[in-house]
Design a protein around this ligand. Structure first.
Ligand code: FAD
Length: 292
């Protein structure tokens, strides 16, 4: 099932993200966690692609498993930066052969070791190059892309970031999932600006439940997201008590999701980080809203 068809209904829904194991040793535990999440019957599940493609085999294995065993629509992530055309084309063939219809077309982060490399020689510069490649390989793919309510860290300003985002959607990206954010007003502001710029595709807000204090620094470093005082107070108060922090973090994420639904968003994507208990708790907090 194509994600674009799932999210353009008026039904409120949740989707969950999982990440593949880094090594074969962890494969079984990740497989079990993703199966537990699949049993919650989310609208879809996304499977990330390891930076630089190191865990790419597992992305497809996990994605096939979710789709095959549980019939949950799956979104396979794919990155292109610093990869060759041959490698990317092979990955696309594998995705197509596995019957995965939805692909998240990403540039990927520039590996630290290549920061000073001559990028003009690379086969792919930006996500838009991968979108073209995917469309070429299979016009039937439903293609998603990433967007940044607080702008991409490499962009000099939001206007420029949105200009390139529009090029991505014009090139065939049918929906956009956002980077995590902790203040919904930033999302509403972003939505206003992209609609004004003529971007009409559905936006799927990405919500990261912060369930332990150690996650906070990492999340900010990764995303550059703004942490509202309300959230900082919660970490100050409960950060040293793991059970209390988990409960408070889940409640904060639930609150954000309810506000998003109340403001017209239909599908919210939860960065569930292979944690079935967190995914399950958020879903049960929303049981009457979701009718589950
Ligand atoms: P792009 O769309 O190419 O944008 C990157 C930068 O280049 C931006 O500053 C943009 O404004 C600029 N730009 C875009 N097009 C052009 C152009 N034509 N000319 C000049 N500048 C341009 N990473 C992974 O490794 N694996 C994952 O599975 C993964 N999943 C993600 C899921 C989501 C929802 C998000 C938000 C991010 C994810 N990432 C993942 C991280 C992502 O790879 C990085 O944020 C990366 O730095 C940018 O990827 P992108 O696809 O947004 O790039």
């Amino acid at each position: 099932m194509k994600i674009i068809d799932l999210i353009t209904t008026n039904t409120m829904s949740l989707s969950f993200e999982v990440f593949p194991p880094k090594t074969e040793t962890n494969f079984e535990s990740v497989k079990t966690a993703t199966e537990e999440i699949a049993k919650l019957r989310p609208s879809f599940m996304s499977v990330t692609y390891g930076a630089g493609g190191g865990t790419s085999k597992y992305t497809l294995d996990i994605a096939k498993n979710i789709k095959g065993l549980y019939g949950v629509p799956t979104l396979a992530h794919l990155t292109c930066v610093s990869s060759t055309k041959d490698t990317v084309r092979e990955k696309i063939r594998e995705i197509k052969a596995a019957g995965i219809e939805n692909v998240m077309a990403l540039r990927g982060d520039i590996p630290a070791s290549l920061e000073n490399a001559d990028r003009s020689k690379w086969d792919y510069q930006h996500a838009i190059d991968l979108i073209a490649e995917l469309k070429d390989a299979n016009p039937e793919f439903c293609i998603g892309g990433a967007c940044y309510p607080e702008i991409h860290p490499e962009s000099t300003n939001q206007k420029e970031d949105i200009k390139y985002l529009k090029e991505k959607t014009d090139a065939g990206c049918e929906f956009l999932t956002t980077q995590m954010f902790f203040d919904n007003n930033l999302l509403y502001n972003f939505l206003y600006k992209i609609r004004e710029a003529g971007i009409t595709v559905p936006i799927i807000p990405g919500i990261m439940p912060i369930t332990n204090a150690n996650q906070v620094d990492r999340a900010i470093k990764l995303s550059g997201s703004f942490m509202p005082q309300r959230f900082k107070s919660l970490v100050d108060k409960f950060g040293s008590d793991p059970a209390a922090m988990k409960q408070a973090g889940i409640a904060y994420a639930t609150d954000q999701i309810i506000d998003l639904y109340a403001n017209g968003i239909t599908n919210v994507h939860v960065y569930s980080m292979n944690k079935p208990d967190v995914a399950g708790k958020i879903q049960s907090n929303l049981s009457d809203i979701l009718g589950k």
